[in-house]
Design a protein around this ligand. Structure first.
Ligand SMILES: [Zn+2]
Length: 362
């Protein structure tokens, strides 16, 4: 079937309730990772196509009526690009490492996915994308052939999954051969550009490659490069060394956090708290809440306590209920508790808390 046919005239051979059956079809039904086409019979939208029946939002058609079946071409063309790109990209990857296998594919008009069985490293990804884009430039012709199962050679195929005697093979020039039932372009040049935008570990054995084609791929490459350049300038590091630099910043950060925690804990144990008007008030940063709650409960034996730690407020002591209610009149505090009140306080000014507390006397 010509995958560039955008519409055909045909006859309704059955019309029942919400579906019709047509004499001929140019529709691709969902299968092999490619979603079903979208489109219309005359102006009526097709909701679903199962390979035989066209389900319609509004079935106004009668048996034997001549109608025009049209596909949503923009949508289909994106899928054809993605599908052809998938053959080219995976074919290139397999030339780098012949042990790679496809588990499944998932195509869409925006970004598409290949689930690959095997460990793929960064170098493999770069080489495969360079090779695939070279083949786009070479304008290789894509041809389909139908051959007997036993005559299939040098082809990517899951032979045990094919029930028919004959198999449809998609040839990309002499570069790649794969058994496939989907819709493809006539030439690689129409893909314009392929880029892998993300890789995700699906499981210990399977890696998900998320790729883009055409203008979307070009825009993504330009945008990503601009972001990388900005990041590289911000960190004053060349792009090749950025990843190592970020790892070392993260490690440094973890070390600093742990040092701050230790210092804070030492500070907590060394402070001699003095109440003002029967309330001990103190502001901390980055102390483990559990330690602070314990300290508040110790100090609350002799006085009321109000501790602020980042945006957490801890109130303890025999007047804690009253202090909590008074502060809630001025600040937005979410939380509560019985003997010790713990809450989140947002957008607060520490001086305003001090002033509010000074109004209270115990
Ligand atoms: Zn295909």
């Amino acid at each position: 079937m010509d995958s560039y046919l955008k519409s055909i005239k045909t006859i309704i051979i059955e019309s029942l309730n919400d579906y019709v059956i047509l004499k001929d079809s140019i529709f691709h039904k969902e299968g092999g990772g490619q979603p079903s086409d979208k489109g219309w019979i005359e102006k009526e939208e097709i909701l679903k196509y199962d390979g035989t029946k066209f389900y319609l939002k509004n079935n106004i058609f009668k048996k034997n009526q001549e109608v025009t079946l049209s596909i949503d071409w923009d949508y289909r063309y994106e899928l054809m690009k993605a599908h052809t790109a998938e053959h080219l990209l995976f074919g290139s990857l397999q030339k780098i490492n012949s042990s790679f296998e496809i588990e499944k594919i998932q195509l869409s008009e925006n970004e598409s996915k290949i689930f690959v069985i095997g460990e793929i490293n960064q170098k493999d990804l770069i080489l495969a994308q360079i090779a695939a884009n070279e083949k786009i430039k070479e304008d290789l012709k894509i041809k389909e052939e139908v051959v007997k199962k036993e005559d299939v050679t040098n082809t990517r195929i899951k032979i045990d999954k094919i029930k028919d005697e004959k198999v449809r093979i998609i040839n990309i020039g002499n570069y790649d051969k794969a058994a496939c039932s989907g819709t493809h372009l006539a030439s690689t040049k129409e893909i314009e550009f392929i880029i892998i935008k993300d890789i995700k570990k699906e499981s210990s054995k399977i890696t998900q490659l998320i790729f883009l084609t055409g203008k979307k791929a070009i825009n993504y490459a330009i945008t990503s490069c601009a972001i990388l350049t900005g990041l590289s300038n911000d960190l004053n590091e060349n792009p090749q060394k950025l990843s190592q630099r970020i790892i070392s910043i993260n490690n440094e950060n973890l070390l600093l956090k742990s040092t701050i925690r230790k210092l804070n804990n030492a500070l907590l144990n060394s402070i001699k708290f003095e109440p003002v008007n029967g309330i001990i008030f103190y502001e901390f940063n980055g102390i483990e809440s559990e330690k602070l709650i314990k300290k508040a409960s110790q100090e609350a034996q002799n006085s009321n306590v109000v501790f602020i730690n980042d945006n957490t407020i801890i109130i303890a002591g025999k007047n804690s209920e009253n202090i909590f209610e008074e502060l809630k009149k001025v600040f937005e505090i979410k939380g509560g508790g019985r003997e010790i009140k713990i809450g989140k306080i947002n957008n607060f000014d520490i001086n305003k808390i001090k002033i509010a507390l000074l109004r209270l006397k115990y």
